[in-house]
Write a protein that binds this ligand. Structure first.
Ligand code: MGP
Length: 196
């Protein structure tokens, strides 16, 4: 009898253990409409919000806060590997770039964001080391989702990530990959380098 009691206690303890992720992730928030003053340097409104490493923390944060449909225009949510800042200037991002998808429906953005987050924290990408994080941007014209990666010149890795991402978010239109190096330059230099 004592054994049965111990077993069921062990089961209960196990059920209550949080489910740890492979690595830590950080949610960030940027409300650019709150820019302190016109012409202020980019990034002054970017805030690190919460670093998590369990499934339970993720669901709580997602449910309570991080749904893009809750955002007003000119705001971004980011979910990046802990230790990487969602900026071109971060050493892990400096030589990188991003795949971008656009969505004209709020519900579309929410669904693609959630699918992407689950794939990231569940380490679904073969080249998961190449990934920095994902950004959801709500804009007047069109909402966007961008998957940031580390080594823009590694075309094979980027193509594989792009293909996998489209499957994950169930997106059939072409998507393009741009280098951060190009984004730093004037608008005319910002064409996509790869597409899938
Ligand atoms: P954005 O937020 O990626 O695109 O960058 P948005 O707002 O949809 O506008 P778009 O029409 O230019 O695509 C907008 C601008 O913010 C860029 O042109 C840069 O001037 C600045 N910016 C964006 N990012 C991600 C960075 C960054 O990481 N570092 C710096 N220094 N500036 C950035």
């Amino acid at each position: 009898m004592a054994d049965v009691g111990l077993e069921s206690t062990a089961e209960t303890v196990e059920q209550k253990q949080p489910h740890r992720l492979e690595r830590k992730w950080t949610f960030w928030f940027d409300n650019q409409s709150k820019q302190p003053k016109q012409g202020a340097a980019w990034g002054t409104t970017l805030r690190k919000v919460y670093t998590f490493d369990t499934v339970e923390q993720f669901w709580c944060l997602y449910d309570q806060i991080f749904r893009p449909s809750k955002l007003l225009a000119n705001a971004d949510f980011h979910c990046f590997k802990a230790g990487i800042e969602p900026k071109w200037e971060d050493p892990e991002c400096a030589n990188g770039g991003k795949w971008t998808v656009t969505s004209s429906r709020k519900a579309g953005l929410d669904a693609m964001w959630l699918e992407t987050l689950m794939a990231l924290i569940g380490e679904q990408f073969d080249e998961s080391d190449e990934i920095c994080g994902v950004v959801a941007s709500v804009r007047q014209r069109q909402d966007k989702l961008a998957l940031w990666t580390k080594t823009a010149t590694n075309e094979a890795a980027q193509m594989s990530i792009g293909r996998k991402w489209k499957e994950i978010i169930d997106f059939t239109d072409r998507i393009t990959y741009s280098f951060h190096d190009d984004s730093r330059r004037e608008k005319s230099a910002r064409g996509g380098r790869y597409s899938v």
